[in-house]
Design a binder for this molecule. Structure first.
Ligand code: PMP
Length: 281
């Protein structure tokens, strides 16, 4: 039910937003994206977009990592997204997807000296993880790639081959999601979500140097936990076996929102149900 897209500088019917099979991004994964939620309020008859400017800022950082020069500022992209949402007129929770891509029709592995473009579209969006109240997850057999191979702090299209391997393995083995370790064996994040552990009254989450995406939901929760709930937040490495002995565990991200993890590798997390801190958050 998506009707429009921002494409090649203007809002057009979605059927007209098409690229050539020769597009560089399609061959080499040389694209980057964002994912933004809008929450529909029936009371206010308004769509509230969550931290839009934070998202457009991170999107532009991903573009920088791919040597893209888009003629749009953080504010321009936010304005375009809002214009698109007004035109779509969804009266439902919504997901907005900006995508920057190497639009050059060129065969050749490189990032520099190629034309770039941006497209944005939106779609109605509900849950991303079925079991938001009690996910059963595994530790993935796949590892997270390192910053000096592909930077995880950018939402780079090609990098999501790793996430897709992780997610399909988990689902095909009957789990809801997976936790990915880095090459040191420390916890990195989920396939498309950050992870936060509750242990001894603290929120503990891997640092931004642990090959994670610098999640906007993660940062929001870290701020709210300290300011509103008085819970201290610590960024440090997490070992795999800490997951087996911690009190609570949850994923956070635009898609998963806050998803309680109640089992890791078939072992119950804490009491095996959503804990009070996760509930409060
Ligand atoms: N990590 C990865 C790999 C993701 O794809 C996402 C979803 N964008 C997140 C973490 C969560 O980030 P955010 O809260 O900004 O959506």
């Amino acid at each position: 039910s998506t009707k429009y897209a921002f494409f090649e500088g203007q809002i057009v019917p979605i059927a007209e937003a098409k690229v050539s099979v020769m597009t560089h991004a399609l061959h080499y994964g040389t694209a980057c994206f964002g994912g933004i939620r809008g929450y529909w309020s029936t009371d206010d008859q308004q769509l509230y977009v969550f931290r839009l400017l934070d998202h457009t800022a991170r999107f532009l950082q991903s573009c920088r990592l791919l040597l893209m020069n888009l003629p749009y500022s953080q504010q321009d992209l936010a304005d375009i997204a809002l214009r698109l949402l007004r035109q779509e007129n969804f009266r439902h929770d919504t997901y907005v997807r900006p995508l920057g891509y190497k639009s050059a029709l060129k065969v050749g592995v490189m990032l520099h000296g190629l034309a770039d473009d941006v497209t944005i579209f939106a779609l109605p969006f509900g849950r991303y993880v079925e079991n938001e109240e009690g996910a059963s997850v595994c530790t993935s057999a796949w590892r997270r790639f390192d910053d000096n191979a592909i930077p995880a702090r950018g939402k780079l299209a090609g990098a999501y081959v790793n996430s897709s391997l992780v997610k399909s393995e988990a689902l095909m083995n009957g789990f809801d999601e997976a936790i990915v370790l880095d090459h040191h064996g420390h916890v990195s994040e989920g396939s498309a979500a950050n992870i936060i552990m509750v242990r001894n009254g603290q929120l503990i989450t891997p640092p931004v140097t642990a090959n994670i995406l610098e999640g906007i939901t993660r940062r929001t929760i870290m701020e709210l936990a300290e300011a509103e709930l008085g819970i201290p937040v610590v960024e440090r490495d997490i070992d795999r076996t800490e997951l087996y002995v911690c009190d609570e565990l949850f994923f956070c991200g635009t898609g998963v929102q806050v998803a309680a993890i109640v089992k890791v590798d078939h072992r119950p997390v804490g009491a095996g149900t959503m804990g009070p801190v996760t509930q409060a958050i």
